[in-house]
Design a protein around this ligand. Structure first.
Ligand SMILES: NC(=O)c1ccc[n+]([C@@H]2O[C@H](COP(=O)([O-])OP(=O)(O)OC[C@H]3O[C@@H](n4cnc5c(N)ncnc54)[C@H](O)[C@@H]3O)[C@@H](O)[C@H]2O)c1
Length: 251
């Protein structure tokens, strides 16, 4: 069992499937939590469940992380109110499933802002504080960063960018004690991973190619990996992207 007593952990997307399970995992491990999500209702549900589990009262912020200002504000509020920062988990993300020809400029800008720019601005703001406490970052990418996936062109581009961003940041800070890693889930049992929600005008033969053979993972399985990567037991893991995809990208 990992121990995060006395550690401050900031988790974005904490109202969603994986972000909520990540909050539960760190909460159970004794962390002081700072949680953020754009969805007030689902974030409140995460907070209510943490309380019922007997975890310490988390700091939480309903915030749209699609600007640099919002990201900087979130980090500075966390540090001010929690006294520092030990772990940043960039979990928030959005999906766009559509024919490439139908992607609008607004959709492209939004997915880049949330999936790629926000993690960058959050890392930039967090790193000075992580350096003070020898902390670490876990970015949530996707198995889609490693294989081509029809109808997911903007999404997979952001996730591949996030993997490379993770590696380059890891190299830039390799002389320090902080660690910067990514975790890449495959399909998970969350609303985002539900193919029933995909548009109906897609070539299902192509869709089938990015639906994993094995059943989707429960988000708690991926949250456990995030917890491990952020823990001292993973002290030698830096600049890595660890897949948890049920073998989806193996063949
Ligand atoms: N579900 C899957 O099959 C799957 C597979 C691979 C990777 N992922 C990645 O895992 C992460 C979590 O996904 P999930 O399945 O839990 O999805 P989810 O939709 O359940 O959760 C994502 C959360 O991010 C929040 N969010 C979205 N835009 C935001 C913004 N602008 N500011 C703040 N919060 C915002 C949402 O409100 C939501 O609560 C994402 O980065 C996703 O890309 C998911």
């Amino acid at each position: 069992m990992e121990n995060f007593d006395g550690k401050v952990v900031l988790i974005t997307g904490a109202g969603g499937g994986l972000g909520r399970e990540t909050a539960f995992a760190f909460g159970k491990a004794g962390a002081t939590l700072s949680l953020a999500d754009v969805n007030a209702e689902s974030l409140a549900e995460t907070v209510a469940q943490l309380r019922s589990m007997g975890c310490a009262e988390p700091l939480f912020a309903v915030i749209d992380l699609d600007t640099r200002d919002a990201c900087q504000q979130l980090v500075s509020d966390t540090v001010q109110r929690c006294g520092g920062l030990d772990v940043l988990c960039n979990v928030a993300g959005i999906l766009n499933v559509s024919h490439m020809a139908n992607v609008t400029e607004a959709q492209w800008q939004k997915i880049i802002a949330v999936n790629l720019s926000a993690p960058f601005w959050l890392c930039q703001a967090a790193i000075p504080h992580l350096l003070e406490r020898q902390g670490n970052i876990v970015n949530v990418a996707s198995s889609g960063a490693f294989v081509g996936e029809s109808y997911l062109v903007p999404y997979t581009a952001t996730k591949a960018g996030l993997v490379q961003m993770t590696k380059s940041m890891a190299m830039e800070f390799i002389k320090t004690g902080i660690r910067i890693n990514a975790v890449a889930p495959g399909g998970m049992n969350t609303p985002m991973g539900n193919p029933d929600a995909f548009p109906k005008d897609l070539d299902m033969e192509l869709v089938q190619q990015f639906i994993p053979v094995r059943p989707p993972a429960e988000p708690a399985m991926v949250a456990d990996l995030i917890l491990y990567v952020a823990s001292d037991r993973a002290a030698n893991i830096h600049g890595a992207c660890l897949l948890s995809d049920g073998g989806h990208t193996a063949g």
